[in-house]
Design a protein around this ligand. Structure first.
Ligand SMILES: [Zn+2]
Length: 388
């Protein structure tokens, strides 16, 4: 059976009557579930549904529920609660309305793209070959980070009526996340970007040591390569694949990173009793995601098919299938507004293309960001999924 869901934020779902909004999304739009951001990065957002002031800002990454701190006793890392969830508990309100309407509540959980945690706990953040601490990226090798992620998901699934967990960035991050006004005077190519992103924190070094890899030697060779790039400013034309294939120790380091991400995914999956969906945003080299291996651990993988072109939607699904993942184990995400969907017909056509490719889940982005009239487009797309 197909599953349809709408990504949404607590601050949008509770802006008007939460009960009425959720009843409308279930009864009228016809959605099976809501994917609600429970842990989220910083943002500036235009909320077109609002009367009067229309922008909201969050200067800190935060959680949008009231955590039970006893779950976090085994980690020094504690959740940063959004000011919007300190007095009220929006996820409780939303969860109650979902239960009342027979609607699923998916925890859309942004995991390791978190500038608050990386800055507050720099000893657990990614560190590049030169020793720069990445201020947005807690490292998946850190035992404290792994324990925190597990505790967060246990907390959510035991204290709220969460029916599925959706994880985003449960993997290594790239060297830059567009958080600041970047000033970069070098044409960074794909290979340089990958090398700048490699983590050599103490925890990665420990995991490398356990795998009999000399992390310091890998680190020196990466730093030496990038120092040369910083001197002449000429990006390499060599592919990441060829570069890694030519350096056996670096190849082993890359494999160690993939095992780090896979084993963290296993930890998370083993800690909860609800289905786990994993957003594949990133590639094997930069993020440490072995897509096939991850698909064997979790219940569904998710891909973002944000395109107005049905051929491109089909192609992105087929590319995922080519990694040994059955289409019924894939959920596809659709942007329900410009530019991915300039009109209703496009959203229906891309949805139908994915349906034809055999995917089992359809996620629409995003309740509070799209113009209100586009909810009717989502309604039509959901009807197409359900064959009505
Ligand atoms: Zn690390």
């Amino acid at each position: 059976m197909s599953y349809t869901t709408l990504w949404a934020y607590t601050w949008d779902l509770t802006y008007e009557s939460t009960a009425d909004t959720i009843a409308y999304l279930k009864q009228d739009v016809g959605l099976d579930a809501l994917s609600v951001a429970t842990s989220y990065h910083t943002y500036e957002m235009l909320c077109p549904h609002r009367s009067g002031p229309k922008f909201v800002w969050a200067p800190e990454a935060a959680v949008y529920f009231q955590p039970t701190l006893s779950h976090y006793e085994n980690t020094p890392i504690k959740p940063n609660v959004s000011p919007t969830a300190r007095v009220n508990d929006p996820l409780r309100e939303i969860g109650n309305a979902c239960v009342a309407n027979g609607m699923g509540l998916t925890s859309w959980t942004v995991c390791l793209h978190n500038s608050y945690l990386a800055s507050a706990y720099p000893q657990h953040a990614q560190v590049n070959a030169f020793g720069d601490v990445l201020p947005h990226a807690p490292c998946p090798s850190s035992p404290a980070v792994r324990e925190y992620m597990t505790a967060l998901l246990i907390d959510l699934t035991t204290n709220y009526p969460v029916t599925a967990i959706e994880v985003e960035t449960l993997n290594f991050n790239g060297y830059s996340q567009g958080h600041y006004h970047e000033k970069i005077g070098l044409p960074i190519g794909a290979l340089e970007s990958f090398l700048f992103s490699l983590c050599f924190c103490d925890h990665c070094s420990d995991r490398a040591g356990t795998a009999n890899i000399d992390a310091q030697r890998v680190r020196s060779s990466v730093a030496e390569y990038l120092d040369k790039f910083c001197l002449d400013g000429t990006p390499s034309e060599q592919s990441i694949e060829d570069h890694v294939a030519g350096n056996e120790e670096l190849a082993e380091y890359v494999r160690m990173r993939a095992e780090t991400v896979a084993s963290l995914t296993r930890m998370v999956k083993g800690a909860v009793t609800v289905p786990v969906y994993y957003l594949l945003m990133g590639n094997y080299f930069g993020s440490g995601m072995d897509h096939h291996e991850i698909s064997r651990i979790v219940d569904r993988v998710e891909i973002l098919a944000y395109s107005p072109d049905t051929d491109q939607v089909r192609e992105s699904i087929r590319q995922t299938c080519n990694q040994g993942i059955a289409p019924e184990n894939i959920h596809a995400g659709f942007g329900a507004y410009y530019p991915a969907s300039p009109d209703e017909e496009t959203l229906i056509a891309t949805t139908e293309a994915a349906l034809d490719e055999g995917v089992s889940g359809f996620s629409y982005y995003n309740y509070g960001i799209m113009p209100r009239q586009n909810l009717q487009w989502v309604k039509s797309a959901v009807k197409a999924v359900n064959g009505a």
